[in-house]
Ligand binder design. Sequence first.
Ligand code: NAD
Ligand code: NAG
Length: 388
Amino acid sequence: MLTLTKAIYTFLVVYYVIIPAGYLTKWWFFNEDTFEMNGRANILVTGGAGYVGSHTIVELLTNGYNVVAIDNLVNSYAVKDDKPESLKRVEKITGKTIIFYNVDIRDNTALQKLFQTHRFDCVIHFAALKAVGESVQIPLTYYQNNIAGSSTLFEVMKENGVKKVVFSSSATVYGIPQFLPITEEHPTGQGCTNPYGKTKYFVEEILKDVCTSDKEWSVILLRYFNPVGAHESGDIGEDPTGIPNNLMPYLAQVAVGRREKLHIFGNDYDTHDGTGIRDYIHITDLAIGHVQALEKLFEPMFRGCKAYNLGTGRGYSVLEMIDAFAKASGKKIHYEFTKRREGDVAASYADASLAKDELNWTATKDIHDMCKDTWNWQIKNPYGFQKR
Ligand SMILES: NC(=O)c1ccc[n+]([C@@H]2O[C@H](COP(=O)([O-])OP(=O)(O)OC[C@H]3O[C@@H](n4cnc5c(N)ncnc54)[C@H](O)[C@@H]3O)[C@@H](O)[C@H]2O)c1
Ligand SMILES: *[C@@H]1O[C@H](CO)[C@@H](O)[C@H](O)[C@H]1NC(C)=O
């Protein structure tokens, strides 16, 4: 009798407790949401070999995300048929592996194959052409690459049920600032003076429309101010081909002796020293901003399309930057004033409080870190990723 009771009791325990517990444990470990909660989501990074992409991948990997990167290498250095040098360096910094494909975002077939090979939880979309001056010369190339390319990417995402995206936008969508500091409420698309800026504005609008049409999409638009600096290791950094378009890499090349002097566009602006004021942000702070944006996107309640400024909220003039760079490098920086550049504004800086409140993100590095890290990267790699 006692053995029978024992047998029934054992049966009941196994049937109602142990087996369900097994299922629950299995579900717990293999459920996709659990992966996300553990921060182990799979992220597709487009334009991953580039400046912002490579630094962001460092932060993604150190925060436990899995990364697949694609790039067509138009603006990145790689030995033929090999992983881009920037990503090899990222692997060295993090001790982790990145899956890389040479894929163009305009190539629907290649993207389909990619999405069928990997299951992505989110896409961080950096791939774009970004030279303002060049965009005036070859607008169709910019529209084709940045707008048609993005729309192809979103289409493939949609077909494969991937509906989360972080998009690299820019403060350039605000055009000529109507007020300072610039909040996310500032009008966009008015007075975007060049095709590059317009592509950022148009892609933002496309994503807003996509979110309106389908409530399952969650999108974060990150409006960068002026990313500068390099990873503190000095192993990765900004590697412009040809003459740099931006102040910081130009300064670095003057300091290292690759260029004779800096040309300052205008010294008659309505600012304290007459030169233009910009909000510079350290690339590592910017990269961490993307990790914070992901955390936000993965919140169960997050829906729709939201824009956040990524800046420090503080502006520096060109002359202040030169001074800081001279201190960091110990080099004298030669410069001369030339006339204003069309489309440039006197001052632009962010109101960064929304990202602080909603993304729990603030820039922690200052102008000295920006200059010190740029210089460290420059002297370790005088010719960028390409060895001479
Ligand atoms: N660096 C800045 O000052 C700045 C400021 C605001 C916004 N942004 C935006 O941030 C993103 C990244 O900028 P970055 O400074 O790292 O530029 P980057 O040129 O270093 O990186 C962009 C990468 O995208 C790749 N790419 C371009 N077209 C592609 C295509 N059709 N298919 C696949 N890959 C392609 C390039 O090869 C490059 O590696 C861009 O969207 C840019 O517009 C940059
Ligand atoms: C905000 O970020 C800080 C530092 O990165 C962290 O310690 C804190 O836990 C975060 N707060 C929230 C609410 O996530």
